[in-house]
Design a protein around this ligand. Sequence first.
Ligand code: PLP
Length: 385
Amino acid sequence: MRKQNSLALAREHGTPLFILDHEIIRENYRIFKRLLPRVQCYYAVKANSIQEIIETLFNEGSSFDVASYSEFMQVYRYISHFDTPRQEHFVWDNIIFSNTIKDAATLERIKQYKPLITYDNEDEIKKIKRACDTAGLVLRLKVPDIGSQVEMSSKFGAEPADAARLIRDAFDQGLTVEGLSFHVGSQCGNLDNYTKALAVTAAVFRDARQKGFPLKLVDMGGGFPVPYDAQTVPFERLAETLNTEIERLFPEDVELLAEPGRFIVATAACLVSEIIGKARRNGKIFYHINDGVYHTFSGVVFDHWIPNFSAYREGPREICAVVGPTCDSFDKITLAADLPADLEIGDFLFTDNIGAYSTASSTTFNGFPGAKIHHKNLKPGAGPA
Ligand SMILES: Cc1ncc(COP(=O)(O)O)c(C=O)c1O
């Protein structure tokens, strides 16, 4: 159904066409909330920062995980008309800066908003003290990310053994540590990553409280997997495990947060691209299409994503290459798409579940502007009262 509808839209609006369904964004958000009732949902803007997505989620009552001043302002515009106490409450309660390293200029700019920010080392504590001492701090821990599509722990997170020192350091400098966070790696199909991360975090949390540091929250980060293929762990199963572990490990007064990105937006978008050239190279058919790895398929490079392609008509199938429009030989989306071998220039290709880490990292390399965005079921609104 979705594929058939996309064909009509592509004919009407042209290609490449990125079709974003806001009703699916709402549904994904509601599923997340329903299946993890104790967890406050902070949408990770990084996954797709299209303004209308933020608006849809703001209107649903979502909180937000931002990594830069610019992402912060993309959310802030919806609360700029609030009076100061309400604004401050929203920033404190509904936005987290999850980037553990922030440049001093960014810290100085966000100081006035009294933000919640993460850190994972002592130099960052000193920088925060100098540039943004109004902030509440969240210590990010290094946790296992084995088997996740995108690993995180090689770049971020303090060793659990250093946590007590980093918490004490922050308090010694007059700052307040509000809690702990982790990220098990994006598209995490390995349930053990979550259970181990929760166990490590609970141990550090308990120890900090016993030492008299009044930690309040635990942020489980992102990583929640999307059904790109039949092997993906169903979210229902993951949620059941998480709920059991949360209840077992954290007393009721501990606030639980999560920062899903991919889970909220990946399944909300599909892409229609168009074959603009065709050649047989070393025996293999190469379909040259009008979108590529510098554009909507950037996730192939940055997100280790394996794209899916299907055609709108049947034909004798072969393993084909699908490559992008730029003049760069790196711009190969896949060398192994199972597609009809008799597609022609002007035929369309369909790619599903392309909402996350796609347009977000698309460039205009080589003068190609990237896909047009088509919004479905968008309901512009003023946000919650
Ligand atoms: C700090 C942080 N939080 C949340 C996310 C969102 O992760 P995901 O899209 O896997 O849910 C990311 C992205 O990798 C991240 O870096």
